[in-house]
Design a protein around this ligand. Structure first.
Ligand code: PHE
Length: 339
């Protein structure tokens, strides 16, 4: 009997199987409730005492060999199935697909585009590497004008005429040069300023600038438009226009929105005042219209520019502007549910 079991061990070691069914049949034959191993164990009491020890050892070896064989064959089959692709196990659950998310800057930019397209504004775009004319001179900022220092500029080395745009007002100049009034356009895009990087400001950020030119446009139209915008975007209509100076608008103002002071991030971003400065605005200076080939006697208009980054920080409670450009997936994944 012991010899017979040894033969079975050798057989089990040599056993090969291609399919799940073959492996299962092998398992049942050897290890099942009525399998060979069980039957031999049942024989144990009939074995002569001096053979019991050896008998016990070989039957255990048979049991372990069979069990190891079944495990090894199953694992092999599983790996093969993975390689086999479509012809493998079609009932396997699918691999989870990593779903991307929109960047918070894009989310807010798209919201702003939607809000303005509802009142007839289109979207215009222009180059990030600009020439002096479109970024400064046409906007009533001739060479050596002190207001050029308001925006610390990155110049492209060796050519002082070429620079990284400091605002998307440059796109408005291009748009006015190419289109006749009435004009209603917004220009979203990335802009660059040589500023120290901190939690609140960066050397590049994003703006949406708006331009409206027609006959008889007034400051009241500007204020209404801004109020509509902040109500749509923030659900808050309390705004404040603080007199300011921009060379390309006259009169000019800074736009503040009353946001409130509910969270720590609110405190940080509004510097503890509850008011958030979102950008600048004003009536387009007639010189700018003339520079861009528009009759300043016949037409007037308003312009505004808002920073997207700070708005995104408030809306999504982001306490450090640098998070927006570090591309940490743990940060970006939090925006999966946003549109
Ligand atoms: N271009 C200005 C800036 O970037 C913002 C602005 C736009 C101000 C339009 C007035 C009118 O600071």
């Amino acid at each position: 009997m012991i010899d017979k079991i040894k033969e079975l061990i050798a057989e089990a070691e040599a056993f090969k199987a291609e399919t799940k069914e073959d492996i299962e049949a092998f398992r049942i034959k050897l290890l099942g409730q009525k399998g060979i191993v069980k039957q031999y164990f049942a024989e144990f009491k009939n074995v002569a005492n001096d053979q019991k020890k050896e008998f016990g050892q070989v039957i255990n070896t048979l049991k372990n060999t069979a069990q190891n064989k079944v495990n090894a064959l199953k694992e092999e089959l599983e790996n093969n199935t993975q390689d086999a692709g479509i012809s493998g196990d079609l009932s396997r659950p699918g691999e989870p697909i990593q779903i991307g998310s929109r960047h918070p800057i894009s989310i807010v930019k798209n919201q702003i585009i939607d809000i303005f397209s509802n009142i007839g504004f289109n979207v215009s775009e222009g180059p990030e590497i600009e020439d002096d004319w479109h970024n400064f001179t046409a906007l009533n900022l001739p060479e050596y004008h002190p207001a050029r220092d308001m925006q610390d500029t990155f110049f492209v080395q060796t050519n002082p005429d070429i620079l990284l745009r400091t605002h998307t007002s440059s796109v408005q100049v291009r748009y006015m040069e190419d289109n006749k009034p009435p004009i209603r356009t917004i220009s979203p895009g990335r802009v660059y300023r040589n500023e120290a990087i901190s939690a609140r400001s960066h050397c590049f950020f994003h703006q949406v600038e708006g331009l409206y030119i027609d006959k008889d446009v007034s400051f009241a139209d500007l204020k209404q438009t801004l109020q509509y915008f902040t109500t749509e975007l923030f659900g808050k209509s309390k705004i404040r226009l603080r007199p300011s100076y921009f060379p390309f608008t006259e009169p000019s103002a800074e736009i503040d929105v009353y946001w409130g002071l509910e969270t720590e991030t609110d405190h940080k971003i509004t510097k503890g005042t509850g008011w958030l400065e979102i950008g600048g605005c004003g009536m387009v200076d007639p010189n700018v219209l003339t520079n861009c080939g528009i009759d300043a006697e016949e037409y007037s208009g308003f312009a505004f520019g808002v920073g997207i980054d700070r708005i995104a920080m408030l809306l999504h409670q982001i306490s450090d502007i640098r998070l927006l450009s570090e591309n940490d997936v743990r940060f970006l994944e939090q925006f999966k549910s946003a549109l």
